[in-house]
Design a protein around this ligand. Structure first.
Ligand SMILES: Cc1cc2nc3c(=O)[nH]c(=O)nc-3n(C[C@H](O)[C@H](O)[C@H](O)COP(=O)(O)OP(=O)(O)OC[C@H]3O[C@@H](n4cnc5c(N)ncnc54)[C@H](O)[C@@H]3O)c2cc1C
Length: 418
């Protein structure tokens, strides 16, 4: 792959990057549409939000796309996710923050193009501990310097923004106005449907088991649904262990961590924004359901480690799931009394696809150049920009410098972000 090495302005890569790529592709005589006219065949493994976005952009560009998923659309992280679309302080350092900002603007485009419902009401965040709260002040200063519409709001304004929320005397609540939240299952299905409208085939349950090689190049894949001829393979298989080694000859170092998500029955409107309150995250979807995410991870003890072996995505029984959800609701009720007594309808254990350094992995396998890896956390925030740039790289063969920091063969240093 050749590299497009023009300079770029952080946080503004969405349109400019694509324009630069188009120019670079044309200079090499391999324009976007010309390549697609050759009928490039691509198998995308993984019908989560990341695979769905890549499939959509590939199919839209004219590639012959087959999406395979061992279970079905949005059945793993893209279902058990909090689905907050953000570029807030946790997105470090600046290049990654800027990449998430591009994710946000990508969602605005997709929202229009595919009519995906997204709540753009921002988020409100605060902590109990004075020290943490002090750090938040620094983080908000940095956010502002990086172009985020973030600020602290007075209690008077808080009461106007969220009349039903009890902030329990919190001062210095940070308001990040750009943030949104989406129903990830609705969004994934919308992307897949749009991909189908451009001719993509979606197959599930269908597990990708192997690649078929000739002279070191991919000519097909072996799946539980039979062989599929293809020129390229995209691995958007999230936290699934072992797939990288088997298909790409390269395993991404990951430290996938679990998180519990509870979704309630629909309620009348009680909450406008994403609330990042002490001990709990919550937001209300357009359909009235409240989504709760626990803040503390699983306890680090042997009993828990045993229970989490095999990465279950559900609790062993309904009673245990509801007990866990009740603990989350009890915390949330302190801040949002209106949800007292609400029924919880779903409880998921989501496993974060989490490369060791917390950053996305995007690009061709260092061992198999026909296999493109796309594994990441914050895949909900990032799906639109990842879909655009990955699809363009795959179709044109031109690499984007905007993804240079996220290549699979980088040196991974452990960073505990989630
Ligand atoms: C608790 C929790 C909270 C989160 N909160 C946020 C948030 O607020 N904002 C945010 O941006 N991100 C958040 N994330 C991260 C985000 O959800 C993920 O980054 C995103 O969903 C990843 O999407 P994906 O498509 O890569 O992976 P997945 O949704 O996991 O999809 C991978 C798919 O690959 C399939 N697959 C695996 N192996 C094979 C195979 N061999 N053959 C065929 N198919 C295969 C699986 O069945 C699965 O459907 C959160 C994650 C969790 C778990």
């Amino acid at each position: 792959m050749k590299s497009d090495s023009n300079n770029f302005e952080l946080g503004k890569i969405n349109r400019r990057a694509l324009l630069q790529l188009a120019v670079a592709s044309a200079a090499l005589g391999i324009g976007f549409n010309q390549v697609s006219a050759k009928g490039l065949r691509v198998v995308v493994a993984g019908a989560g939000i990341v695979g769905a976005s890549i499939a959509y952009h590939l199919a839209k560009a004219g590639a012959a796309v087959t999406v395979v998923d061992q279970e079905g659309p949005a059945t793993h992280a893209s279902r058990g996710t909090f689905a907050w679309i953000n570029a807030t302080w946790a997105k470090q350092p600046r290049h990654y923050h800027a990449f998430n900002q591009d994710g946000l603007s990508g969602w605005k485009d997709l929202q229009q193009a595919l009519k995906i419902p997204i709540r753009w009401q921002g988020s409100l965040e605060w902590y109990e501990q004075a020290q943490r709260q002090e750090k938040l002040k620094q983080q908000i200063r940095e956010q502002v310097a990086w172009g985020e519409r973030a600020r602290f709001v007075s209690s008077h304004e808080l009461a106007l923004l969220e009349p039903q929320v009890n902030f329990r005397g919190a001062r210095n609540v940070a308001y990040s106005e750009n943030d949104g939240a989406v129903d990830p299952v609705v969004a994934t299905n919308a992307l897949l449907q749009a991909a189908s409208s451009y001719g993509a085939t979606i197959k599930y349950p269908c597990t990708l088991n192997d690649v078929i090689l000739r002279s070191g190049r991919v000519i097909g894949v072996a799946t539980t649904g039979g062989e599929i001829k293809t020129d390229k393979v995209v691995l958007a298989t999230g936290a699934a262990p072992g797939v990288g080694q088997r298909i790409a000859g390269f395993e991404i170092p990951q430290r996938s961590t679990p998180g519990v998500i509870a979704v309630t029955e629909p309620l009348s409107p009680v909450l406008n924004r994403v609330l990042v309150a002490p001990g709990i995250h919550l937001h209300q979807r357009d359909d009235g359901r409240i989504v709760l995410g626990e803040q503390a991870g699983a306890p680090q003890n042997e009993a828990h480690a045993k229970r989490l072996e095999g990465r279950p995505d559900r609790f062993p029984g309904k009673e245990l799931a509801l007990q866990h959800a009740k603990r989350m609701i009890d915390i949330a009720v302190q801040f949002l009394p209106a949800i007292s007594g609400v029924n919880v309808k779903q409880v998921y254990i989501g496993w974060r696809p989490l490369p060791l350094d917390g950053h996305p992995v995007l690009g061709v396998s260092p061992v198999r150049p026909d296999v493109y890896l796309a594994v990441m956390h914050s895949g909900v925030s990032l799906a639109p920009i990842v879909g655009q740039l990955a699809a363009h790289e795959i179709v044109s063969g031109v690499t984007s410098e905007h993804l240079d920091k996220y290549r699979p063969d980088r040196d991974y240093q452990l960073v505990r972000r989630y």
